[in-house]
Design a protein around this ligand. Structure first.
Ligand SMILES: NC(=O)c1ccc[n+]([C@@H]2O[C@H](COP(=O)([O-])OP(=O)(O)OC[C@H]3O[C@@H](n4cnc5c(N)ncnc54)[C@H](O)[C@@H]3O)[C@@H](O)[C@H]2O)c1
Length: 384
């Protein structure tokens, strides 16, 4: 009896111990699982923090660059006048990325008009108009005028054509197509949309003139099969087309016969006398004068030409108009002026400054042009 009661007591105590032990084991297990969980979380959080700071390290310089780009995009455009809807014109400039065209673009943009430049970049460059890219009044279209163009405009300045002998002789057939088919296309556009068209013609329509100076009623003296015919005859037929469209279709036309022009953005290696002299002077070479140097030339500064083009476009003069500097100088005088870098000659100075910058730019790009010979006149070559 006593031993049975004793056994029951012992087994009751063991059961209680067992329960206690099981309880402790459970608590220990839960505690260790919780500990692992907390540990893993802190490792994970640590890892996330490290990744975040790594990403931040990479992204911050990019953010900086975007801020810089945004700053440069909030562009310092040249100042533009505000024009009311009534006065603001939609203006197309073909060849607007070229020497004259880009200055005309500047003037018309600053006057507050909406300007569309069309250019195939044969001799023009985006650099010439890049300071307008992004402006709400400006558009640049890469297009060849030999193909038709459909656009709504009020005025067309038709300048597209290579202008210097090496450029227009490079591909005479293309020069002819640009001046004939290109001009037809622009006149067709002017007719369709009722725009006024100004043709940038040239003093070369007078050819090798027999009268000096040439007035607009002189018909010229051009060799139709000579090396310059693609340009001279191309411009002559372009003028003919303008007046045919005026008479037959009532298109308003203006014809500017442009004489020698110089200034920033002119082509450095176009073989013409001003660019040759400036290049040679800057490169420390003697200036080459063909013949006696007593032959005379007149050069107008590009901003004068641009003012003349705009005045002609907005005038009621529909007959051809010569645009040039009436003041003639001998070639020797020009050579002397450029050689001495005469400070009074503001226009020449600006052109010289531009050429210096271009030489620096091209030196960095490992290319320095040599001047091509100017159109050769009879006589011997002299160096000043
Ligand atoms: N600069 C002068 O001294 C002078 C003298 C007389 C006449 N002009 C006339 O003035 C105009 C402009 O001359 P510039 O000196 O600025 O010459 P440029 O070569 O600098 O400009 C001509 C522009 O026309 C573009 N162009 C040529 N063919 C084209 C085509 N098929 N389609 C679209 N664009 C084309 C060229 O890429 C270039 O941007 C020309 O028509 C030229 O005959 C200039």
């Amino acid at each position: 009896m006593v031993s049975k009661a004793l056994l029951r007591l012992v087994s009751a105590i063991n059961r209680r111990r067992m329960k206690l032990l099981l309880g402790i084991a459970l608590v220990a297990y839960v505690a260790s699982v919780w500990g692992n969980f907390v540990n893993m979380r802190s490792i994970q959080e640590n890892g996330e923090l490290k990744i975040e700071s790594k990403i931040e390290e990479i992204v911050e310089p990019l953010r900086e660059k975007i801020r810089d780009l945004e700053k440069s995009f909030t562009q310092k455009y040249p100042p533009v006048k505000f024009l009311s809807e009534k006065d603001r014109k939609r203006i197309l400039i073909t060849g607007g990325a070229g020497f004259v065209g880009s200055h005309l673009t500047d003037k018309l943009m600053m006057d507050g008009h909406e300007v569309t430049v069309v250019d195939n970049f044969f001799t023009g460059r985006k650099r010439n108009v890049e300071h307008w890219i992004g402006h709400e009044n400006f558009e640049l279209i890469n297009h060849d005028v030999v193909e038709p163009l459909y656009i709504e405009v009020d005025q067309i300045y038709h300048l597209a054509s290579p202008a210097s002998p090496p450029n227009y002789m490079y591909n005479p057939i293309k020069t002819l197509k640009t001046n004939t088919i290109g001009t037809l296309n622009m006149l067709g556009l002017a007719k369709r949309v009722g725009a006024r068209l100004l043709l940038a013609s040239t003093s070369e329509v007078y050819g090798d003139p027999e009268v000096h100076p040439q007035s607009e009623d002189y018909w010229g003296h051009v060799n139709p099969i000579g090396p310059r015919a693609c340009y001279d005859e191309g411009k002559r037929v372009a003028e003919t087309m303008c007046y045919a469209y005026m008479k037959q279709e009532g298109v308003e036309v203006r014809v500017a016969r442009i004489f020698n022009t110089f200034g920033p953005r002119m082509h450095m290696n176009d073989g013409r006398v001003v660019s040759n002299f400036i290049l040679q002077a800057l490169q420390g070479e003697p200036l080459t004068v063909y013949g006696s140097g007593s032959q005379t030339r007149a050069f107008q500064y590009v901003s004068d030409l641009v003012n003349g083009l705009v005045a002609l476009m907005n005038s009621n003069v529909s007959s051809p108009v010569n645009l040039g500097n009436p003041e003639e100088h001998t070639i020797l005088e020009f050579a002397q002026l450029i050689k001495n870098l005469v400070p009074l000659e503001e226009g020449l100075n600006k052109a010289i400054h531009y050429f210096r910058k271009e030489l620096e730019y091209q030196a960095n790009n490992q290319y320095i042009p040599k001047p091509k010979p100017a159109r050769i006149k009879k006589g011997r070559t002299r160096h000043t």
